[in-house]
Each structure stands twice: as structure tokens, then as C-alpha cells.
Design a protein around this ligand. Structure first.
Ligand SMILES: Cc1cc2nc3c(=O)[nH]c(=O)nc-3n(C[C@H](O)[C@H](O)[C@H](O)COP(=O)(O)OP(=O)(O)OC[C@H]3O[C@@H](n4cnc5c(N)ncnc54)[C@H](O)[C@@H]3O)c2cc1C
Length: 837
């Protein structure tokens, strides 16, 4: 065994093998993989081998698509069969809501480049003659989809890696991992130690045990997953004898199962309600090829549904039931990328579709490790999308929920209910009493919108079979009222959100943004360090505020910060609440270690209340001694002010484009400030507003969000950040040269704001394909109705030649094409008169 290597990959399942292969393919041959038992002896050997391309996440969609293409090349390259049966995959829809999901998904698929076909029930019958198509509304088909032999695939990856110089040590257990003084890692095993530059953890169900070796709480706990294999069925055998093709993979989403042919019989895999977490503290040390006892009761509802849909399934006996561990995370997506807080320690864990994702995840992780950046936007799978709140108890609850929701309809506004409320700001109860309908981000409860007193969905709405079938309304409030129906179209909250927007625009509103990520940067080196991080110049005078972007090494956008200078060499940085761990991790890892810069995260110490609207000055002026006049307190400045007895940093900025202040205050003073504002605002009819109103208003201002309009896949200039990027800045900053080179090479995309014409009940949501003359020329990244401008709007990126104002394009929303015109940025108040008022 080597005593030193460039990279040690821990875990010899399909994911570890995919990582090892791609590291070697990128030219790093001094790489090793360590497996405690035999390759595939964890979860990989018992997987059903399906390769579903369907995924609502852009990041995961891209990884899956890569895998399906790559696995076929791998077989040719290595000569090792991977057993890929490209039999296609059909997903059935039993109701219109499900069809809407498929139509929405087809936008994601088109922009990712995945082929999707829509089928009628009759077409389903032709392909799957054993399927009873009664009650079906339609289906989609992925012709390139199919299934593979997981063990063969792993062996092919291992072979390809070995042929490029990688070494694999089986029956070798990693027992400890230590970071050495020089930053290199020492991986300790029962057969000796390996000194290395990078460690990649691909340990499946063992993820939390591996994490403990380096002090990481990895948010992965597996859940039990079962599938049934039947005895051969004469009709299927007869089809084989006649040389007919396999019928392919059939998924009945509304009944929560997949089905395919296996050995002349059928293989049924359901995603049951009530499937429990397993290996909560990790598998036993001697665990190998382990299965659990089957739980037939849990399977029965799916078995019955399948017998109705495919009667042949009930006509043959059960041959085997597999019940194995499937790794889960709270949102069901894997964890691929850098470990928070640890340099050169990488995670490729939490894979619930690991056979499908292994190729793509290995590919992107290898790029990240070798080149310093991935090329696909990985925000949807970044390990830092979770924070320390994702504790053991939270994971147990959330991961079981994620598993049981694999097949439920995934609405754009879906809000899941497990493990909530967890993180609440002090004004939570006050907001609740005012009718807040909460959403959750990064564990925080935030008002999404406000339901009028006593409001609930009508009996009619609740009685619709489709509504119950799809769980397509949010969890009832504590008093039993159901106030929100999820939909891909304008839903019941649409008008209420509109009223909030109009109220903020005409009077004054209050929004809780305490979830914002916040930190203080200070020390003699603070200014120079921040200048070297950000593409914009950081504010020079005390009290000034600037919007600053941290670019990727390639010139894309990695993070966005509001930077407020509070004193000489003192700065207050605010960024999106959802990305606290992500953004702060970059800051921590990039901080100079010579003591010249202090970095102090203060997210949970500071609350944020946003006061916005034309009457906001009058409200706040009643409570503070500070002169709030435009002259004394201009836009894009901040001051430390009193609010009655309390104090706050008042920042004259907001994300809605109205006159207003963000009040960043000691969190323990929040309720006092809240009450003061509500009392002072009563004469101006102050009302709370929520995130959905904020989102509608930010779209009207063409304000960009990560990872939508801004991402590492688009250069900062493609995202239209010209006024925030100072290529002429004296000092170097991350991504500066790469961005200049990108500009030289020419851009493939340009940011646009679109007015969408003719929509009646469904606005763009982001992920819709944009067309010119029938060709896909870009994708929408956000969309919604702009209440202040009275227009349906979309933000997106299109080919640069089509970004001219007035260009006529088309956008596909839920299967319908609508005309869309490129309009000037910031359709609401383009001159920022309200903000400067
Ligand atoms: C019943 C069932 C059906 C499934 N069907 C599908 C499907 O159809 N399609 C699909 O895409 N996915 C499917 N999955 C999921 C799939 O099996 C997993 O996502 C995938 O196998 C994960 O691979 P992995 O390499 O991450 O983990 P594993 O295969 O579990 O590999 C991890 C390896 O790490 C090793 N290891 C751990 N700790 C150490 C250590 N300290 N030192 C050395 N080695 C260590 C373990 O021994 C293990 O071999 C299914 C899962 C189940 C349970």
C-alpha cells in the first residue's frame, strides 16, 4: 500500500468508483480508493439499477444526464459490460396537477438537454400492453432512460481508473483522518497510514461515522427502501420468445412506485409512507451486503395500486423482497462538494439515486478538486446548503419525509412540514397572529404571505379528489384551517400577495428578514482583503453601502454580499439566508491566516426588519432622533440610529424597490422594535408582507438572485452585473483575469427581462425554455406577476444577439407557447425614484 497519494477516496461503492475514475481521467493518476470490504458491498450491490433522468433540480438533472451518456462510453472504453438496458422510462399521470408537473419539468429538461416525450394513454398501452390505462390523463417518456447493472458499472469504473494509474485497496478500513500542520491529510487505516493532499468521503451509510473522524456532522441518515421481484410471468416470457422489446420502466407517480421487467417477471419498487430511518449511528463495523427484514404491510398499498394498474403483477408469486439502506438528506438531493470548514476535504455522500448520479457527481467533483471549480452550477447539491441546525433529530424527521415525498408532486412553492418550526425569529408569534403563512429556508421560519383573518380554502376546493390525491395543499394551521393550495398555476394566495405588493407600494409594509446571513469583518487587513475578494469596489466612506459579488475562479458568480462600512477597517456583510454556510465557508477559507483580518459571524445575534413603502420615512421618523431626510440619510447609506429605546443599524436599501430601511438590530430587541413600528405605523395603515410579495417586487426591479440569474455557469457580465464589476480596479480579485478572458472569447448568454403576453392563469416560475423561431435560445430563471406594473414578467438568459430591447421571443409555460418581449430592465421605476425619494 502506498504511504502517500495526491487523493484518497474513501468508499468503494459506485460513487467512490465514479470519483476515482474521473480524478484519474483528469490526469491525476496518483489517487487511491480504500474500501473496508468488497467493492459494492454497501448499498450499491442491491440497487435496482434504474437511471431516472427525471429531476426537478437543474444541478441534479445535469449530473444524471451526463451519467446516462457516460456509462455507455465507459463500456466501450473499458470493454467491461455495464449491463445498460436502454428500455426507456414512462411516468404516468393520473390527474391534471401531475400533468402540470410534467409540463413544468419538460422546461427543466429542455434547458438541461434531456429528451422528453408526452404520451397519450393509448400510446402508453402500445408500449406497455400489460398496463391498464383506465383513469390515466397522460404520461411522459424518457427514451434514453433505462437501467444498468450496478455492480458491473462499479467494476467498469474501477477498471477504467486502474488503467489510468489509480490504485484500489480492498478489505482496508479507514480508522481515522487527521489534518497535519502543513494542511495535508493523514488517512489512517488498519493496514497503514496514507499522507495525502485531498480526501474524498464516499462512504454511503457510513457518512456520519466518517464525518465524526474530522468533526463534521454530515446531514445524511439512510432510510429503508424495498423492492419486490416476482416469479416469471407467462405473458412477459411469451413477449421475450416473440422477440418483442422490453416494455421499459413504468412509474406511477400518483401511486408512488416504479416497475420494470426482471428475469421474465416484474420488479416493483415503492416509496412508502412510514419507511423508517436506519443506521442512525452508522452500520456495524462488520456490516457487509446487509439487508433488513421485509415489511410487507408497508408495501401493501403500493402492491394493490400496482395490481390495479398492471394486473399481471398480481398473477405471479413473489420471488424475493429486498430491503436495504438508501442514503438520504433532508431535501433528498446528494451532498457533493467541499466540506464546510475543512480545506481539501470533499464530500460525495447522501446519494439516494447513486447509481444514476455517480458518473456526473464524480465528473464534477473531479473538476472541482483538480481545476478548483466545477463547470455545472452545483448549488442544488452543495454540502453547505445545510447548516448546523441539521442535527440528528432533525435529520431523522426530514430524511424520512424526503423519502416519502419522492413521488409526490413537486410544486414550485412546495413547503414541507416535518421538523418545523425549528428556527424562529422573536417576532414569529406576532407575525403568526397577523396571519403569516410560513415557509422554511435554512431551518428558519419566514412569512411567505399573510392570510386574512379567518380565511380558509373553500369546501369545494378541499373536496376535489385531485387536491387530496396530490397532497397539494399546505399543512393545516394549528387551528385546522387549510389556507394554501399548491399549484403550478396562479394559486389561491395570488390575490393576497398582490394586495401586499400594492400596499407596500402605496403605503408601508414590514417584512422579517432575520434569516439573512450576517458577519463582521475587521482588522488592519480588512479593506485590502475584501477588495481582493469582490469584483466591485468596496465602500470607501463610513456609512456607505455597496453590492459586491464574489466571483468564481472562472468569472461566474459565486456569492453576493451587501457590504456596509461601519468604521475604519470595519465592515458588516449581509448575504442570502439560505447560503449562510456556503458564503461564510468561502470567507473563512479565504481569510488570511496572519491575524490581519477578523471574521465574526453574527447571523443569530442580529434580527432584520425591513420597513418599505412611501410612508416608511414618516413611520420611522416618529421613533428616531436621527434625521431621515433624503439629504441627511441618502439611498445606499446606513447609520446607527435609535428606534425608541432600542438601537439599530438602519440601512437604506431593500430588495423591493421602494423607499425604506432595513433595520439590523440586536435580536433581543426585535419585539420591542416590531411593536414600536406597528404602533407608529398604525396611522399610515402599516401591514406586514411576505417573501412572495418581495419576490414579485424584486422581479419588477430585475434584481438577480443566486443561483438563478447569477451562477457559476454564467459570467458576471452575462448576468448583467456590469456596474458591479470593476475590471479596471487597481488590485486583483478572484476571477478577474478569467472574466476578462471570457469577455475576450465572447459570451453565449445575456440577461434579459421579458414581458410575457397572453397568460391568464400561469406565470413563468423559472426553468422555462425560451424560443425564437422554434429553436430553444435560452431559459427563464425567474418569473411571476408584477403587480405594480400589471404585467406577467420573466427574467432569463438568452443568446446575446436576442437580448436587444424589443426582441420578440416565445416562452413555454406549462406546455403552452406565449409571446414574450425583451423589455428594459427594472420595468418598475427604472430611474429608482422611489428608492431615492
Ligand atoms: C433497495 C434499493 C434500491 C435502489 N435502487 C436504485 C436505483 O434503481 N437507481 C439508483 O440510482 N439508486 C438506487 N438505489 C440507491 C443506491 O443503491 C445508492 O444511492 C448507491 O449505491 C450509493 O452508492 P455509494 O457508493 O454512495 O454507497 P455504498 O455503495 O454504500 O458504498 C459506500 C462504501 O463505503 C465503504 N466504507 C464506509 N466507511 C468506510 C471506511 N471507514 N473505510 C473504508 N471503506 C468504508 C463501505 O464499505 C461501502 O462499500 C437503491 C437503494 C436501495 C436500498
Amino acid at each position: 500500500m502506498k504511504s502517500s497519494a495526491r487523493v484518497v477516496v474513501i468508499g468503494g461503492g459506485v460513487v467512490g468508483a465514479g470519483t476515482l475514475y474521473h480524478l484519474a481521467k483528469k490526469g491525476w493518476s496518483d489517487v487511491v480508493m480504500i474500501e473496508r470490504k468488497e467493492l459494492t458491498s454497501g448499498s450499491t450491490w442491491h440497487a435496482a439499477g434504474l437511471l431516472p433522468l427525471f429531476n426537478m433540480s437543474y444541478s441534479v438533472g445535469k449530473l444524471h444526464q451526463y451519467s446516462v451518456d457516460f456509462y455507455q462510453e465507459l463500456e466501450q472504453e473499458t470493454g467491461q459490460s455495464v449491463g445498460f438496458s436502454q428500455v426507456s422510462n414512462i411516468r404516468l399521470a393520473n390527474c391534471d396537477y401531475r400533468m402540470d408537473e410534467y409540463k413544468y419539468y419538460s422546461g427543466v429538461a429542455k434547458t438541461v438537454g434531456v429528451d422528453v416525450k408526452f404520451l397519450t394513454p393509448e400510446e402508453v398501452k402500445e408500449i406497455w400492453p400489460l398496463c391498464n390505462t383506465e383513469g390515466l390523463v397522460g404520461a411522459i417518456q424518457h427514451p434514453e432512460d433505462g437501467y444498468i447493472q450496478p455492480a458491473d458499472l462499479t467494476q467498469a469504473l474501477a477498471k477504467g481508473a486502474r488503467e489510468r494509474g489509480a490504485e484500489i485497496y480492498r478489505y482496508t478500513t479507514v480508522t481515522g483522518i487527521e489534518q497535519q500542520a502543513d494542511g495535508r491529510w493523514l488517512v489512517k487505516t488498519d493496514k497503514g497510514d496514507i499522507d495525502c493532499e485531498h480526501v474524498v468521503s464516499c462512504t454511503g451509510s457510513f457518512a456520519r461515522k466518517t464525518g465524526q473522524m474530522v468533526g463534521l456532522d454530515i446531514p445524511v441518515i439512510p432510510v429503508e427502501h424495498q423492492f419486490i421481484v416476482t416469479e416469471p410471468h407467462p405473458e412477459i416470457q411469451a413477449r421475450h420468445q416473440q422477440g418483442l422489446p422490453e416494455m421499459g420502466v413504468l412509474r406511477e407517480s400518483d401511486a408512488g412506485y416504479y416497475l420494470r421487467e426482471e428475469g421474465g417477471g416484474l420488479l416493483l419498487g415503492p416509496y412508502e409512507k412510514g419507511a423508517p430511518c436506519c443506521y442512525v449511528d452508522g452500520p456495524a463495523d462488520d456490516c457487509e451486503y446487509e439487508l433488513f427484514n421485509e415489511d410487507l404491510d408497508r408495501l401493501m398499498p403500493h402492491v394493490e395500486a400496482c395490481m390495479y394498474r398492471v394486473p399481471a403483477f398480481g398473477e405471479v408469486g413473489v420471488k424475493t423482497v429486498y430491503n436495504g439502506a438508501i442514503a438520504y438528506t433532508p431535501d433528498g438531493n446528494p451532498i457533493v462538494g467541499p466540506a464546510p470548514g475543512l480545506k481539501n476535504f470533499w464530500l460525495n455522500e447522501g446519494h439516494s439515486f447513486g447509481i444514476t448520479a455517480a458518473g456526473g457527481a464524480g465528473w464534477q467533483l473531479a473538476e472541482w478538486i483538480v481545476d478548483g471549480e466545477p463547470t455545472v452550477d452545483m448549488m442544488g447539491v452543495d454540502p453547505r446548503r445545510f447548516g448546523p441546525y441539521a442535527s440528528r433529530g432533525y435529520l431523522r424527521n426530514k430524511n424520512e419525509e424526503a423519502y416519502s415525498n419522492v413521488f409526490t408532486t413537486h410544486y414550485p412553492d412546495e413547503e414541507r412540514s416535518a421538523a418545523r418550526p425549528l428556527k424562529t425569529s422573536p417576532c414569529y408569534d406576532r407575525m403568526k397572529a397577523l396571519g403569516a403563512v410560513f415557509g422554511s429556508v435554512y431551518g428558519w421560519e419566514r412569512p411567505n404571505w399573510f392570510a386574512p383573518k379567518g380565511y380558509q380554502l373553500s369546501e369545494d376546493d378541499l373536496a376535489k379528489a385531485d387536491v387530496l390525491l396530490n397532497d397539494n395543499h399546505s399543512k393545516p394551521l394549528e387551528d385546522g384551517r387549510v389556507v394554501e393550495k399548491n399549484s403550478f398555476r396562479r394559486s389561491n394566495y395570488f390575490e393576497f400577495v398582490g394586495q401586499e405588493c400594492q400596499h407596500v407600494s402605496s403605503k408601508v409594509g414590514l417584512l422579517d428578514m432575520s434569516a439573512f446571513a450576517k458577519c463582521l469583518v475587521s482588522g488592519p487587513g480588512a479593506e485590502a482583503w475584501l477588495e481582493s475578494l469582490f469584483a466591485n469596489r468596496i465602500p470607501k466612506s463610513i456609512g456607505r453601502i455597496g453590492l459586491c459579488h464574489m466571483l468564481s475562479m472562472n468569472g461566474g458568480v459565486r456569492a453576493e454580499f451587501t457590504v456596509y462600512k461601519t468604521g475604519p477597517q470595519h465592515y458588516y456583510l449581509v448575504s442570502a439566508g439560505a447560503f449562510e454556510n456556503h458564503d461564510h465557508d468561502y470567507l473563512k477559507k479565504l481569510k488570511p491566516n496572519d491575524g490581519s483580518v477578523n471574521l465574526q459571524p453574527i447571523t443569530t445575534q442580529q434580527g432584520v426588519l425591513v420597513l418599505a413603502g412611501p410612508r416608511s420615512r414618516e413611520v420611522l421618523q416618529k421613533l428616531t432622533d436621527t434625521d431621515l431626510s433624503n439629504k441627511a440619510f441618502p439611498w445606499l447609506t446606513g447609520q446607527f440610529i435609535n428606534v425608541g429605546y432600542a438601537q439599530a443599524h438602519a440601512l437604506r436599501v431593500n430588495f423591493v424597490g421602494e423607499l425604506g430601511w432595513e433595520l439590523h438590530h440586536p435580536i433581543e430587541m426585535q419585539n420591542y422594535i416590531f411593536d414600536q413600528l406597528m404602533a407608529a405605523g398604525a396611522e399610515f395603515d402599516i401591514k406586514p408582507f411576505g417573501i412572495r410579495a418581495m419576490d414579485s417586487m424584486r422581479i419588477e426591479k430585475s434584481y438577480r438572485l443566486i443561483p438563478r440569474e447569477m451562477s457559476i455557469e454564467y459570467s458576471a457580465l452575462e448576468s448583467g452585473l456590469d456596474r458591479f464589476v470593476r475590471l479596471d480596479k487597481e488590485c486583483d480579485f478572484i476571477g478577474k483575469q478569467a472574466l476578462a478572458d471570457w469577455q475576450e472569447r465572447g459570451f453565449k448568454n445575456a440577461f434579459v427581462t421579458l414581458e410575457v403576453r397572453g397568460v391568464t392563469d400561469a406565470d413563468a416560475r423559472g426553468s422555462e425554455a425560451i424560443y425564437k423561431d422554434g429553436e430553444v435560445v435560452g431559459r427563464a430563471t425567474s418569473g411571476g406577476y408584477g403587480w405594480r406594473v400589471g404585467k406577467s414578467l420573466a427574467l432569463g438568459l438568452v443568446q446575446p444577439a436576442l437580448a436587444e430591447i424589443g426582441t420578440e421571443l416565445q416562452i413555454e409555460i406549462l406546455g403552452e407557447l406565449y409571446n414574450a418581449t425583451v423589455i428594459e430592465e427594472s420595468p418598475f421605476d427604472p430611474e429608482n425614484k422611489c428608492l431615492r425619494a
